[in-house]
Design a protein around this ligand. Structure first.
Ligand code: NAD
Ligand code: GLY
Length: 356
């Protein structure tokens, strides 16, 4: 098992990564908290796969444990679903020492984190991420949110979990499309912070796609470690944390203009990263080799790289609605070289349109 720590003063916590950890979450938690009761929140399908094993680990510690199911899908990440959860937590007499456990992907993690941040002004929660995306990205760093009809992740809070336990074995039941989408975020870490890691992905992509345990452990640990170092420097995204958004500015525009139904997040990020790298080359930040290498790696990992048919001016308008855009200045994370990036807000519309 790998143990990483994210150092955020009194909000610090461990990220545990290994095979078969799901049955031991209770054991790990007992050295962190003394819960009055545990409430696991998950989707029905994940409950039938892993709910009982996770719950048994808490029951073995003598803790009263309940499981609440919420429907799958992004549409569960809303205030209505949060309210249903508050109702259930009140019915169960949950108090401020009750601990919520988010068992699932980013949808569950974001929703449960938001409910934990707001129920009785904040109760502890634990992330048990079961998708690659949630193991390398959403379970770490404390961004919690629900969606609003006018935009994704519009209502939320920075609220850190008390522990993250990533069980690699759960990835074996994850649909391949979801696994590949998570790999887009893994590639992102190589581009923004670590050329050696990028090279590792270039040379081991076949093993990774075959779920080789050592490779999986290495890519998850490296990704979490890079994310932890970024979040430690800028927990509330005043500036530097934006680098985690490499490829997301274009990616979010693609997702929004295709009504969040044609591509899953990581697929849109893959296409977005290629656009961001091409833009970087076009404005003279990097050589042509950089976007070419990135595109080749993403293709090898089975991710889409070509822009879908979209009206360029609609994409441009969507970029102006990005959460990072301020005073009509679109912020881009541009790459100077693999492993080295910068945040730029002075790219002309002409340059942007060239890559669309
Ligand atoms: P998801 O949570 O919807 O999970 C994808 C699908 O896989 C679901 O149908 C789920 O039931 C299923 N699933 C999950 N684990 C499984 C397993 N082990 N075996 C079989 N099926 C499994 O999607 P996601 O990609 O994990 O997360 C996307 C969400 O994460 C979005 O809402 C996005 O906004 C959010 N996000 C948040 C952050 C953050 O920092 N908080 C970062 C990135 C993304
Ligand atoms: N997923 C981007 C961030 O956590 O900041």
């Amino acid at each position: 098992m790998q143990r990483l720590n994210i150092d955020l003063g009194e909000r610090s916590y461990d990220i545990l990564i290994g095979s078969g950890l799901r049955a031991q979450v209770g054991e790990f938690l007992k050295s962190v908290l003394k819960p009055s009761r545990i409430v696991i929140i998950t989707h029905p399908s994940i409950n039938s796969l892993y709910g009982e094993e996770v719950a048994d680990g808490f029951i073995a510690q003598g803790w009263t444990t309940d499981i609440i199911e919420v429907p799958e899908g992004e549409s569960s990440k809303n205030l209505g679903q949060a309210e249903k959860l508050y109702d259930r937590l009140l019915e169960l007499n949950c108090d401020r020492k009750s601990v919520l456990v988010a068992l699932g992907g980013g949808v569950i993690g974001d929703l449960v984190g938001f409910v934990a941040a707001t129920y009785q002004r904040g109760i502890p929660f634990v992330q048990v991420p079961t998708t690659l995306l949630s193991q390398v990205d959403s379970s770490v760093g404390g961004k919690t949110a629900v969606n609003h009809p006018k935009g994704k992740n519009m209502i939320g809070a920075f609220y850190q979990p008390r522990l993250v336990v990533a069980d690699l074995e759960t990835l074996r039941t994850l649909p391949q499309k979801e696994f590949r989408a998570g790999l887009a975020e893994v590639v992102k870490y190589g581009v923004i912070a670590d050329e050696n890691f990028f090279e590792f992905l270039e040379t081991r992509y076949e093993k990774i796609l075959n779920l080789d345990s050592e490779c999986l452990s290495h890519i998850i640990e490296t990704s979490c470690s890079i994310k932890a170092r970024v979040v430690e420097k800028d927990e509330r995204e005043s500036h530097y944390r934006m680098i985690l958004n490499f490829g997301h500015t274009f990616g979010h525009a693609i997702e929004s203009l295709t009504e969040y139904s044609r591509f899953i997040h990581g697929e849109a990020v893959s296409m977005g990263m290629v656009r961001a790298a091409q833009l970087s080359h076009s404005v003279g930040k990097c050589s042509e080799e950089t976007p070419n290498r990135l595109e080749a790696l993403l293709k090898n990992l089975g991710l889409p790289v070509d822009m879908p048919e979209l009206d360029s001016s609609a994409v441009l308008e969507s970029l102006y609605h990005d959460k990072k855009t301020m005073d009509r200045k679109i912020k881009f994370i541009l790459v100077n070289d693999i492993g080295s990036i910068e945040i730029v807000d002075q790219v002309s519309e002409v340059e942007i349109l060239k890559v669309l």
